[in-house]
Write a new protein. Structure first.
Length: 204
């Protein structure tokens, strides 16, 4: 939530607003079946056709120095170009899904928008490290098993890396900015399964 609020604040402090409007939505009941995001994506407060992209900031473990990001689902649409551009700006890698067997792209709130035909992605910290003493994947796995959705997941837990969180937040801001500044709305890649299955009509 802090990262989402900081991204929103950054947009309000721009000297000129971006070309497209940006809507910040926080939803509940993801674990119960994407209920909050599904309701909003199905009943938005704006014209459905005006929603051209969804960038989901769901979870930032922030336990290691950030060297790369994973943008789940970006490879299905032209949103990947915004991810690549933002990663290059911040000197980060843009890595593919390291755990494809977990099908993360269809298990978080961005998928509610995908089902409405909206190109979407979920941003996550990557697992790269040039320090042999730091194994991000193991840190993430241990955190999921010992702290995720538990009282122990609080601000006093050891190892929180706020520099990593700041860089991750900048990444989310830049993806949104580059997408909002593009005169052309994001498009599903030709022949992509999600585009063929869910996209209907034109978006603005």
């Amino acid at each position: 939530m802090a990262e989402v609020l900081e991204i929103a604040r950054a947009f309000t402090q721009m000297s000129a607003p971006p070309r497209r409007s940006i809507l910040f939505v926080t939803v509940a009941a993801e674990e119960a079946g994407l209920l909050g995001s599904d309701y909003y994506a199905s009943n938005p407060t704006v014209d459905k056709r005006s929603i051209v992209a969804n960038v989901n900031i769901d979870e930032d473990v922030m336990l290691w120095p950030l060297q790369d990001v994973i943008a789940f689902g970006a490879e299905h649409s032209s949103l990947n170009s915004a991810v690549e551009r933002a990663a290059q700006k911040l000197h980060l890698g843009n890595s593919p899904d390291p755990l494809p067997e977990q099908v993360a792209f269809v298990r978080s709130d961005q998928y509610s928008f995908v089902r409405q035909g909206v190109p979407a992605l979920a941003l996550f910290a990557g697992f790269k490290s040039d320090d042999p003493n730091i194994n991000p994947e193991k840190l993430f796995t241990d955190w999921e098993q010992t702290r995720y959705h538990q009282p122990q997941d609080e601000m006093q837990q050891p190892g929180l890396n706020f520099d990593s969180a700041a860089t991750f937040t900048k990444m989310g801001f830049l993806i949104g900015l580059y997408t909002a500044q593009d005169p052309d709305p994001p498009r599903w890649n030709p022949g992509d399964f999600f585009g063929i299955t869910f996209a209907k009509g034109s978006r603005q």
